[in-house]
Design a protein around this ligand. Structure first.
Ligand code: NAD
Ligand code: MG
Length: 397
């Protein structure tokens, strides 16, 4: 039975809503700040946080005057001077801001497993989390669901596919749902032969044809690991068995995903590919859509939309995600951390593009891990896997 992580447990949705943007200097973070700036009567920026691009953080402090700004590195804390914004450092400080009574929504825009701790802190404090950070759910899905099912914290998805499904399910009886269909652009190399893929560089992998995104997710899109992570993300968000999560290639990235009902109907959500649409939907839900968030879609101008089924030979990553879902949750955590390490190694030039998925597959075989029950156990599992993989797969580093 589908039990979404999102429910109307909160009673007070009144504006203005106080927002924390974790990962404000990233692609999701910047889009979120733009929406908040354009809707000052609805949203107040309480805090922002960043790990990298601190020059941009400084600009954001000047432009948006949040009450707090958090840098991960304590050494960098003193380089900022601001009359209106208090500068803090470290993940612990970000987590405690996420639990402040005054905060309504935390936008999870940090990339990778590093984003899990603030997500859990916010959910435990019964906040609404607008979740872009899919790695949190892939690695820590069990912990996230446990907290949500026992409290009033909730997640509104920001990942465009999961937002599309959330939007398509509004007003529907979930018992009529046969499956969900996640669309995948196929990334920048959809038409390339396996031979051509062998010589792909990090610059080529980062240049996505439709979406403008951070480096890691761009590489994930090119390897189809992004869709693999999203299949696991959907499992935890919507509590669906793996067989009810389908994937469809759609190179134009206009149809963001579909839901498939037992009566033979499907409902899809369409827009130009711009993450501001999904972010604004999550920020404003359930108060109604904001105005003029993204450029209006003109299907007449686009003319035709294409769809094809996934070629599993070319994109073995999806098979790995399904293997993870059939195994325990710890296998997904290994899958996630192995992919983070592999992408990092590819971006540094240590491994080739076509090595990424095999390295992750090998990691699933060599890392025999115990199921985790707590955040500490999950973080320890991550460290163990990191050590084993660095030793066995990334020795050249
Ligand atoms: P990005 O690389 O552009 O930005 C990441 C942000 O996280 C930056 O502010 C960075 O300083 C911060 N950060 C990085 N490492 C950190 C650490 N160790 N501790 C604290 N902060 C850290 O990434 P992005 O493209 O904005 O993606 C963010 C998340 O959203 C990812 O999980 C991604 O999969 C997901 N997502 C992104 C898009 C997109 O269009 N960019 C779409 C869907 C989902
Ligand atoms: Mg997505």
């Amino acid at each position: 039975m589908l039990v979404p992580i999102v429910s109307n447990k909160h009673q007070d949705f009144s504006y203005p809503r106080k927002v924390i943007v974790a990962g404000s200097t990233g692609s999701i973070g910047k889009s979120t700040l733009e929406i908040i700036k354009n809707n000052p009567e609805k949203f107040e920026l309480f805090a922002i946080s960043a790990h990298s691009n601190l020059a941009l953080l400084e600009q954001q402090i000047v432009e948006h005057s949040p009450k707090y700004a958090v840098v991960t590195d304590a050494g960098a804390q003193n380089q900022f001077k601001s009359k209106h914004t208090e500068i803090l450092s470290g993940m612990q400080e970000l987590c405690s801001l996420c639990t402040e009574g005054i905060v309504d929504t935390v936008v999870a825009g940090i990339v990778g497993i590093a984003g899990l701790t603030p997500v859990l802190a916010a959910l435990k404090a019964n906040k609404r989390v607008a979740l872009a950070n899919k790695e949190s759910l892939v690695a820590g899905g069990v912990l996230v669901r446990e907290i949500i099912e026992s409290g009033s914290g909730e997640i509104i998805p920001v990942d465009s596919e999961h937002s599309a499904i959330f939007q398509c399910l509004q007003g529907e009886n979930v018992e009529n749902l046969k499956s969900i269909i996640l669309t995948a652009s196929g990334g920048p190399f959809l038409g390339k032969s396996l031979d051509e893929l062998g010589s792909v560089t990090s610059e080529m992998a980062i240049a996505h044809p439709n979406w403008s995104m951070g480096a890691k997710i761009s590489v994930d899109s090119a390897t189809m690991m992004n869709k693999a992570l999203e299949v696991i993300e959907a499992r935890w968000l919507y509590n669906l068995p793996e067989e009810q999560i389908e994937v469809l290639i759609h190179p134009e990235s206009i149809v963001h995903s579909l839901v498939n009902f037992y009566d033979g109907s499907q409902i899809a959500q369409l827009s130009v590919p711009d993450m501001k649409g999904a972010i604004a939907y999550a920020l404003s839900y359930p108060n109604g859509r904001l105005r003029e968030v993204v450029t209006e879609l003109s299907l007449a101008r686009i003319g035709s939309l294409n769809f094809e089924s996934v070629d599993h030979q070319r994109f073995p990553a999806l098979g790995l995600a399904r293997r993870c879902l059939k195994a325990g949750a710890a296998t997904s955590a290994v899958f996630n951390i192995a992919n983070e390490l592999a992408v990092d190694a590819f971006l540094k030039g240590t491994i080739g593009f076509l090595d990424i998925v095999p390295v992750v597959e090998e990691a699933l075989t060599i890392c025999d891990v115990q199921e985790y029950r707590t955040l500490d156990e999950l973080l320890a599992l991550n460290e163990d896997v990191r050590t084993v993989l660095k030793e066995r797969l990334f020795r050249k580093e």
